[in-house]
Design a binder for this molecule. Structure first.
Ligand SMILES: [Zn+2]
Length: 417
């Protein structure tokens, strides 16, 4: 059969992204002297209120929520402190308890992680990720997705991923399901520490382990060689595929690593809870503009200032963000019961359960050694729940995804895991 069409909501969202909106969010956040998590009323708390008002100004179907809790004394929190995440949410029309989460962290820091008073613009780390999150919210504000969306401006990342842990725990405690989570952190600078500018891709980091997997599934994973197909890595591949389908001249590089060396991010508490969660970060970081006291030293201008953000690059990053959030949230839930028949045959047979929201399915195929899907094979109708494929199951990995009547694609599910 011929392929399924693309999704109008995805195209519209990605094309509506506006550079000026991204600039306004970053300049607005950088106007606070610091957004250090412990900076109180004139710093981080004022920034939270500003973010809530900005989310509110986008109107549409967004419900804005400021989520405040008392964070106890901890390694990087010197005394119990009230801190806040700021969310805009759209509840899913078909699946009110399923969510897609996109985040950036609005707290900032300088060289000393406990310094709550020095000027800390945090333009790239991570006003850039917050700007991407807000822009995705703005362009999708009027949409009515099947799966809900949480646009999250998180706090306390630099003090130990506090806001992300809080959100992940709260969603789990309420029994809500997170279909996909991605954090945008350090996504706006295209000029690397090596002096090379890279403007046509972004990295996606994903953990290769599968926290919480059962002994049975761990054994199956080892014996079938699906070690490179954890839920988070499968999400990374699905998002890389969105870039190929919708964003011209911009791609992703999947990194087989949960994060950069010695660094952490807000996707990690979600990944640790068994949620498919990834991190987006620019190709080539420049550490003179991260976590630095503002100063000039030996001719080097240190500090995370807005003049080091490449807004044209950030616009491409935000276009991809709007595209994948639209695609996954407008799609049916991922297929269930995806199995691979382990017969001694030169063809591969896959089976899955019918998905009432799908008009059909796509089988994704790649050699076991390839990072990204190589082939997309459209499969019949909603009631077609089996595919025979002319590829050796010994050499290839297979995924199945559901296609909605609007052309949106679900996250893929790996066959045989
Ligand atoms: Zn950061």
């Amino acid at each position: 059969m011929t392929g399924f069409s693309t999704c109008g909501a995805v195209t519209k969202a990605s094309r509506s992204v506006a550079t000026e909106q991204l600039r306004q969010t970053i300049m607005g956040l950088c106007a606070f002297p610091t957004r250090h998590t412990l900076s109180g009323a004139r710093g981080v708390d004022a920034a939270a209120d500003w973010l809530a008002r900005r989310f509110q100004s986008f109107g549409g179907n967004l419900r804005v929520e400021k989520d405040t809790w008392l964070e106890p004394k901890g390694q990087r929190v010197d005394k119990p402190t009230n801190i806040s995440n700021v969310y805009a949410k759209i509840t899913g029309s078909r699946h009110p308890n399923h969510w897609v989460v996109i985040s950036g962290h609005y707290d900032s820091r300088v060289t000393d992680v406990m310094d709550a008073t020095s000027i800390a613009p945090g333009a790239n780390d991570d006003a850039s990720g917050v700007a991407v999150t807000l822009e995705a919210a703005r362009v999708l504000a009027k949409s009515k997705p099947e799966i809900g969306i949480i646009f999250a401006a998180l706090t306390g990342e630099e003090q130990g991923l506090l806001g992300a842990k809080h959100l992940a725990e709260n969603l789990a405690a309420k029994g809500e399901t997170v279909v996909a989570m991605a954090t945008y952190d350090i996504v706006g600078n295209s000029m690397g520490a090596d002096g090379r500018k890279r403007t046509n891709y972004i990295r996606i980091f994903s953990g290769g382990d599968t926290p919480g997997e059962t002994t049975v599934s761990a054994t199956r994973r080892r014996t079938t060689g699906l070690d490179a197909d954890s839920p988070s890595r499968t999400l990374a591949r699905s998002l890389a595929d969105v870039a190929k389908r919708y964003i011209r001249g911009f791609h992703t590089e999947i990194v087989y690593r949960q994060d950069r060396f010695g660094r952490g991010g807000d996707h990690s508490p979600f990944h640790a809870a068994g949620v498919a969660a990834v991190r987006f970060t620019e190709p080539n970081e420049d550490w003179t503009h991260q976590h630095q006291d503002l100063r000039v030293d030996a001719g080097i201008d240190y500090g995370d200032k807005p003049e080091y953000v490449d807004f044209d690059y950030l616009t491409k990053v935000a276009s991809l963000a709007a595209a994948w959030v639209a695609d996954v949230s407008h799609a049916p839930l991922p297929p269930t019961g995806v199995t691979l028949v382990t017969d001694l045959a030169p063809v591969t047979t896959l089976k899955w359960r019918p998905n009432p929201d799908a008009i059909g399915y796509e089988v994704l195929v790649r050699l076991s050694t390839k990072a990204e899907w190589e082939k997309t094979i459209p499969i019949g109708k909603q009631s077609t729940v089996e595919a025979k494929l002319p590829f050796s199951k010994d050499d290839y990995v297979f995924g199945v995804r559901a296609v909605g009547k609007n052309g949106a694609r679900s996250i893929a599910v790996i066959a045989g895991r």
